[in-house]
Design a protein around this ligand. Sequence first.
Ligand code: AMO
Length: 427
Amino acid sequence: MKNFFVSDLDGKSPGYEATLQGWAQDIRLMKNVGFIVLRDQTGLVQITVKKDSEPFPNLEKISRESVIRVRGKVPEKIMSKIGREFIAENIEILNIAETPLPIGIVDEVEVDFDTRFNNRFMDLRKPEHARIFRAKSAILWGIRSYLISQGFTEVQTPKIVSAATEGGADLFRVKYFEKDVFLNQSPQLYKEMLIASGVEKVFEVGPAFRAEEHNTPRHLNEFTSIDIEMAFADHNDAMSMLENSIASGIENFLKTVPNASEFSLVKTKPKTPFPRITYEECVKILREKGIDVPKGEDLNNEMLKIIGSRFDNFYFIIHWPREVRPFYTSILEDNQNFTKSFDLQFREIELTSGAQRVHNPETLKKKIEEKGLDSSNFEFYLKTFRYGMPPHAGWGLGLERLTQVILNLPNVREASLFPRDRTRVFP
Ligand code: AMO
């Protein structure tokens, strides 16, 4: 197993012997010397091959992006602009890369989106693309470890389901033997059922599927949803769990990913609590700008841009009208038109929806029917509310969108290894 990486060369004294393995990103052959820029997941090093050394004659066989193993040592003086140099004593070619490459790694040519994503394995060899997934992993780890520290249990719920969670329109239908079933839009019903099972704090990190037609820089048809649900809690408790989770994710990313603050838009751990603004306050601000929001309607992108410009980065919009929230959302006690709900926003981008849930079975059944859904399809879920369901609250956070905003990526697809969108189901 490889246990020495390119970055492990840093600080090593002249003459230090090692074996490096990776991709030959670039090869330059001169009369008396050859240079290979070798890349591994930790960075680049210049491999210097002297003319009288054993590997020199084999250099011309090595094509760009071939995989090699280099035995050698640290030179007396580092001359390379890369800042790392290694003198080769032996080079083993482990696999030759075909030429031409589907996309270049070092060439400064613009590659169109489709070519990039059709050859995503190659596209990800570019450090500026690979580091997005390092960041995503570190953000997720920070969130996960925070939730675990708060007593949450990580769970896995089915993705093949028989009922819509978030409404009927955005469901992918799949053949399941002689029946039609669906790919789950969200673990909503299952995480709530687990509250009835007596696990008081659950979270899940898993795929969610939305058959949304939108082809926008914010929509994927398969995304990673981080979901939590907790018993004996309200929407305020859920919001504080969310802001602390996000702060922990960002802190871990900034601490553990090399040069994180150089490529991140968010350069410090965000301060909590995040600001909160009510939906009604948003409507008032928009009205002052001459924009009318019809009663009980969602805020569109243009409206959210105006609201978002008032905040530095993360903020909550709370107490959404009942019309725009799903059936499982509870209503505010002192104003029946509004809900105990929230969205976490970053500028105009929605990152999370959450709420305190309805825990009374009769109210819940009524609300399912009010939304035009057939409550008999939800019997498996409603049943769990009839035998001791505590008040509960939770949220769903889109991991790709969170990564997108933290790194200021122009498109959410950049934060998905193999994005699924309206036209792309390949590779
Ligand atoms: P909602 O439908 O708002 O809420 O989804 C929660 C979060 O998931 C992300 N998301 C998406 N990301 C990329 N592409 C999409 N098409 C997409 N759709 C949603 C967003 C969004 O804020 N059950 C509730 C959550 C809850 O109340 O617990 C739900 O699924 O970041």
